[in-house]
Ligand binder design. Structure first.
Ligand code: NAD
Length: 496
């Protein structure tokens, strides 16, 4: 069957890669279903896109921010009109179930609405001068051309977290979407184009990380890189971008713990654990990949959790009754399989799943059975390393302090959760869990766009998306206006 061909967007024109090479985008639930063919771009394409962005930036930075914001609001409306179409396309290109891809598009809609409001804020501050007849203020300035590198698991939401604040602040963008999911980013950018975004202000360059992504990191005219992806690639991105003094925001992996105390509402914790661990087939940076159970409730929780994990309906996410879709590609399935072997060899007990599903309705896709390990020790790799699949580790503890110590013992620090009815424990957890996000009586997933999003330790380098994104996509300028009509020297003329 024929499939559509998509191009890069460079300077307002849809262009194939200079090499003419393409990459096929396949449905992970059914490899016979080709979603589309996308450019396989290299340094030459990136250079064209950055040049177009640089030219567009000269004009875009002068467009009043409220006008820039109006374009975002129009794009929001286009996303609303096309929500179902874009959600279906997203399920086809990356597998997660329709309820979740509708949520992904909704997140972009929410982000547009939230960020558009910034067009009439972008506040700076005024402050008194230490000298008479002098006025001081600080202003937010755009950074210039920014490069955005995004993962496949939230293929519209994550690009929107980066594109919208970058644009409202007056930057021009070159985005390199994940190789597996260019179509959802294409739809997002298409909405901006239809909304009236001037040519060159946003450019898409599709292709692999090692070619298109690497070229963006090295380009001297790119002033900032906002990256979301794995910690291994993030470390590389930080190092490469440092060579040309780029600002870098890194949002990376997680090994997120949910703590279940003896006084928790166990049924609520079960619902949360199931959603947190197996939503998006476990392929969320915030996925609940460790469940820490107070010893007294461990047996009851484990029995019910495994029973429900076994009943989850797995299949093509376009079927509304399916609860867990495929993994995004064969490499992710191999990673899940590898960690099952690692966990077994370390002595963890496999309670369910543990293998790919390849028969009957699963034969054409990349499916993996929801997998639960018990008897996991905090030192085991299955308790410390990100799997990014439907694989969850159950650990036990005796005291709250021990649970916090286990939760904090990993290199990552993205999301955490605690189920308890004890308000003192809840507040101690908010204070003591080393993570960018903590949930009380809710699973580790479910961020809202207007709060800060990001992590500590190997998960992030200190920046935040959502509330905080403008701090990355703007630079502060201090302005001093001396109206005394004479030379006034700071620190000297007003000295005691
Ligand atoms: P990945 O690190 O493999 O790829 C991320 C992006 O980087 C892709 O666009 C890829 O093409 C690009 N890339 C790869 N090599 C590159 C290179 N050498 N130079 C430049 N770019 C390069 O990650 P992934 O598999 O797409 O996504 C899964 C990872 O993302 C998980 O670790 C997950 O935890 C993380 N993630 C983090 C967040 C967060 O906000 N913290 C959100 C979603 C996903």
């Amino acid at each position: 069957m024929s499939h559509p061909t998509y191009h890069n967007l460079i300077g307002g024109q849809w262009l194939p890669a200079a090499s003419g090479k393409t990459i096929l985008n396949l449905n992970p639930a059914d490899h016979a279903d080709v979603v589309g063919e996308f450019p396989s771009s290299h340094a030459e394409d990136v250079d064209r896109a950055v040049t177009a962005a640089k030219q567009a930036f000269a004009r875009w930075r002068l467009v009043p921010a409220p006008k820039r914001a109006e374009i975002l609001l129009r794009a929001r409306n286009i996303l609303v009109e096309n929500k179902e179409k874009y959600a279906r396309a997203m399920t086809r290109e990356m597998g997660k179930v329709l309820a979740e891809t509708r949520g992904d598009v909704q997140e972009a809609i929410d982000e547009a609405f939230y960020v558009a409001g910034e067009g009439r804020r972008l506040f700076g501050v005024t402050t008194p001068s230490e000298l008479p007849d002098k006025f001081c203020m600080s202003m937010r300035m755009p950074v210039g051309v920014v490069g955005l590198i995004t993962p496949w698991n939230f293929p519209m939401a994550i690009p929107s977290w980066k594109l919208f604040p970058a644009l409202v602040a007056g930057n021009a963008c070159v985005i390199k979407p994940a190789t597996d999911t260019p179509l959802s980013t294409y739809h997002l950018v298409q909405a901006l184009v239809e909304a009236g975004l001037p040519p060159g202000v946003v450019n898409i360059v599709c292709g692999s990380g090692s070619t298109a992504g690497a070229a963006l990191l090295e380009h001297p005219d790119v002033r900032a890189i906002s990256f979301t992806g794995s910690s291994a690639v993030g470390s590389l991105v930080g190092q490469r971008a440092a060579a040309t003094f780029k600002q870098v925001s890194l949002e990376m992996g997680g090994k997120n713990a949910m703590i279940v105390m003896h006084d928790a509402n166990l049924d609520l914790a079960l619902d949360g654990a199931l959603w947190g661990a197996f939503g998006t087939t476990g392929q969320r940076c915030t996925a609940t990949s460790r469940i820490l159970l107070e010893r007294g409730v461990a047996a009851a929780f484990t029995g019910k959790f495994v029973a429900r994990a076994k009943k989850l309906k797995i299949g093509n996410g376009l079927d509304e009754s399916v609860e867990v879709g495929p993994q995004v590609n064969a490499a992710q399935v191999e990673t899940s399989q590898r960690y099952v072997e690692i966990a077994r060899n370390e002595g963890a007990e496999l309670l369910c799943g543990g293998c790919p599903l390849a028969e009957g309705p699963y034969a054409q896709g990349t499916f993996f059975a929801p997998t639960v390990f018990a008897q996991v020790k905090p030192s085991m790799r299955i308790a410390r390393e990100e799997v990014f699949g439907p694989v969850v580790a159950l650990l036990t503890f005796d005291t709250f302090e021990e649970a916090v110590a286990i939760a904090n013992s990993v290199d990552y620090g993205l999301s955490t959760a605690i189920y308890t009815r004890n308000v003192n424990r809840a507040f101690a957890a908010m204070r003591d869990l080393e993570a960018g996000v903590t949930y009380i009586n809710a699973p580790t997933i479910g961020a809202e766009v207007h709060l800060p999003f990001g992590g500590v330790k190997h998960t992030g380098n200190g920046h935040r998306e959502g509330l905080g994104a403008l701090d990355f996509f703007t630079t502060w300028k201090a302005v001093y206006v001396d109206y005394s009509d004479k030379l006034q020297r700071a620190q000297i003329d007003n000295a005691e």
